[in-house]
Design a binder for this molecule. Structure first.
Ligand code: FAD
Length: 347
């Protein structure tokens, strides 16, 4: 155990070097100095540590990170727990969950309490606190649509703030927390606004086709079960095959660019977005370029899901970076599109 005495001489943080291989779903070998955040009382001290010039990386469940073997920072592992009904509005429940709550268990808990609305996001790995960072999304729903506010600790200013959805600047797999102010915020809790009048969100084609959702009236439980069923069939389980979910974001391009590409590649899947943009399916591009099922050393693009980079065993962050670069360069050369990596690098 390494004990860090902070400048004011008042406080002590217990930081110890730990193995993080089981704390990242890619299963990459990593050791770093780790501080477990189980109480808010550690936060002022953590800010004092930042002011000494120490770099702090906030970690949740490690399902969206590529870890270097020896990250040169202190890893603050957020383990704050608790869920409560924070307020009842005439038309909605406001539910608050602490950042360290496992996301899927939280979705299931809300459903069981009679507060539906999050079921399209079921079975996404990770914690509640990380969910706003990349504005998690799946099956036609984005987290931003359900957020009431985000309670965060500003590591630079050493104070707690409550941010509205507008202040979080949510965008496709993006937010304030991931973008300009990365490394500044530690999300403490998220409040969700879940309307009392529930409406099924079934725009996504996989849901429309699912046998559980064919009746004239479907329940939130059926949507939850259908989403879990689809995900279990489609995505590799990180407990069996290390991965971080989708490895690249779907590129957003202007309509004219999408039309030109689709004229050349008639199968290219694209989804119309607001403001004249189209979201192209990165998985289709990677598959079409021949990367599905292809391996370089211990890593490869998954045989069923071309967008998912997997660790077949024994991979390092360098192996992951090497494959990611090769895929990105090939997609750029073939289609003139730049693929952006989704998982964050911890180095
Ligand atoms: C099999 C699989 C399927 C997936 N499917 C989806 C999907 O459908 N949709 C989707 O959007 N994502 C998906 N993901 C990605 C991932 O699950 C989400 O991004 C998730 O929110 C990450 O949570 P985490 O706790 O593991 O975060 P981590 O991986 O620990 O961290 C991710 C980022 O969030 C930051 N962070 C974590 N906790 C906090 C906090 N409390 N305060 C501030 N910053 C924090 C970290 O610094 C880092 O930048 C998938 C991943 C896997 C492995």
């Amino acid at each position: 155990m390494l004990t860090v005495f902070l400048p004011r001489g008042l406080s002590v943080l217990e930081i110890s070097e730990q193995d993080l291989q089981t704390s990242n779903t890619l299963g990459l070998p990593a050791r770093a100095r780790v501080l477990h955040i189980r109480e808010r009382s550690a936060l002022a001290e953590l800010s004092a540590l930042v002011h000494t010039g120490e770099r702090v990386f906030v970690l949740g469940g490690g399902s969206n990170v590529v870890m270097a073997a020896r990250p040169q920072c202190v890893v603050a592992k957020v383990e704050l727990r608790g869920v409560r009904l924070f307020a009842q509005e005439p038309d909605a429940w406001i539910v608050e969950a602490q950042a360290g709550e496992p996301w899927h268990a939280f979705v299931a808990y809300c459903l069981a309490q009679g507060w539906p609305g999050l079921e399209n996001l079921a079975l996404i790995p990770g914690t509640v606190g990380a969910a706003p960072v990349q504005n998690i999304g799946a099956y036609g729903l984005e987290l931003a649509q359900c957020v009431h506010s985000v309670l965060a600790w500003d590591l630079h200013a050493a104070r707690q703030v409550a941010l509205s959805p507008a202040e979080c600047s949510f965008a496709y797999r993006d937010s304030l927390f991931k973008r300009s102010a990365a490394g500044r915020w530690l999300i403490l809790a998220v409040r969700f606004r879940l309307p009392r009048v529930w409406r099924a969100q079934l725009a996504y084609p996989d849901l429309q086709r699912h046998p559980l959702l064919q009746g004239s009236e479907v329940s939130a439980r059926q949507v939850f079960d259908a989403v879990c069923d689809i995900r279990r069939r489609k995505l590799p389980d990180p407990a069996v095959l290390g991965n971080a979910g989708s490895f690249f974001k779907n590129p957003l391009v202007p309509v004219l660019v999408a039309q030109a590409l689709q004229a050349r590649y008639p199968g290219l899947v694209g989804y119309a977005q607001a403001e004249g943009q189209v979201k192209l399916a990165a998985g289709w591009l990677i598959d079409h370029a021949g990367w599905r099922g292809r391996r370089i050393g211990p890593v490869g693009m998954h045989a069923q899901q071309a967008l998912v980079l997997v660790n077949y065993g024994g991979a390092s962050a360098e192996d992951v970076g090497h494959l990611a670069r090769a895929v990105r360069e090939d997609i750029s050369a073939r289609f003139g599109l730049v693929l952006e990596q989704e998982p964050v690098i911890l180095d």
